[in-house]
Write a protein that binds this ligand. Structure first.
Ligand code: GLY
Length: 339
């Protein structure tokens, strides 16, 4: 009964939807005031991700289409070794992807974890949100779901990522049968890079995506914060949106992005809320001396104000985000808490 009524509703309202959408498109072409899209990267990736996202938003006023388009750019790029195709694999050399999406006006969300062989996990997460009555699909089930929706299975392990993984394996121990890498010492950092893409349309719809290949060399099956709603991503249309990058285990155990949004609801600015979340992680770990990892939060409130903070300064730099709005592209530096 429930399913019948819902289908009936979608069919009956399809024509009205088309008319409303045409009206909105005309309105948005006239002005993009209030619209903003931001991501957790600086100049180089920010421009690559945000310009195509903005182009889609300007044409359609569909914030989900916009942030998905921008996110797909980095997921499909083999040069980024922390997201999608080209991401660093788990300890067995298999790339396993995590992603989530959330849409403020309906408070609906979707996510996938440990997805193998599909290049654009954020698009699969969107389909979980829009085409199922579930929120979270994992592993083999998530892959079968993606294939049912026409996604092609492809090898996600690039040569660059495979060689990095092999060097890590060969350097693990002096007491095993693997000799050190022929090229010498292995120096690559064990990363858990990720990207958050958040946005607000001209008519105030807030949405967000977080996507990652997760912690390099992780134990197979490990799920990070990125696909956990409230941890790696949270959106509330009454308040704003937040996303996290960095060591996922810490973000999960303090419900990081939910925490940031709730601090904004309580009156903090996005910058203050991101700093409060980093401080919370430091506190629950027993203080600065116990913290030898990094996490970073970015946030936007419904007024379009943004902020970002990290625990440490990665590579000696303040954390940054970039955003695009009707005033063009900007990079914003936030603040780190520990030296
Ligand atoms: N923040 C990404 C991860 O820990 O998987």
């Amino acid at each position: 009964m429930h399913k019948f009524s819902r289908r009936h509703f979608f069919k009956a309202t399809a024509g009205i939807g088309a008319t409303v959408s045409l009206f909105l498109q005309q309105k948005v072409h006239a002005q993009h005031r209030g619209a903003i899209i931001l991501c957790s990267r600086g100049e180089a990736w920010g421009r690559k991700v945000l310009q195509p996202a903005w182009d889609v938003l300007a044409q359609s006023n569909n914030i989900l289409d916009a942030i998905e388009t921008g996110t797909n750019v980095v997921e499909l790029d083999p040069d980024d070794m922390s997201v999608g195709y080209g991401g660093l694999p788990n300890e067995e050399g298999v790339v396993q992807l995590d992603a989530s999406i959330m849409y403020g006006p309906t408070h609906r969300c979707g996510s996938i974890a440990c997805l193998e062989n599909i290049k654009t996990p954020s698009s699969v997460a969107r389909l979980v949100m829009e085409r199922t009555d579930h929120i979270h699909l994992v592993g083999e089930g998530a892959k079968r779901f993606a294939r049912m929706h026409g996604f092609r299975e492809e090898n996600l392990l690039t040569d660059k990522a495979r060689i990095a993984w092999l060097k890590w394996k060969e350097n693990l121990s002096d007491a095993d049968d693997w000799l050190p890498p022929a090229e010498g010492e292995y120096a690559e950092e064990r990363t858990n890079g990720t990207i958050n893409v958040l946005g607000i349309s001209a008519d105030g719809a807030i949405a967000g995506i977080t996507t990652t290949s997760g912690l390099a060399w992780k134990i197979p099956g490990r799920v990070g914060d990125s696909p956990i709603i409230g941890a790696g991503l949270y959106v509330d249309n009454e308040v704003g949106a937040a996303g996290a990058t960095g060591r996922g285990e810490e973000v999960i155990r303090m419900c990081g992005s939910f925490y940031v949004v709730e601090r904004m609801r309580a009156g903090l600015s996005p910058q203050e809320a991101c700093e409060a979340a980093c401080q919370k992680i430091i506190d629950i770990n027993g203080g600065p001396a116990k913290v030898n990892f990094n996490d970073k939060f970015i946030a936007v409130n419904k007024k379009g104000e943004v902020g970002c903070a990290s625990i440490q300064a990665a590579n000696g730099q303040e954390p940054e985000l970039s955003y695009i709005s009707q005033n063009g592209f900007q990079v914003v530096k936030g603040r780190h808490l520990l030296d």
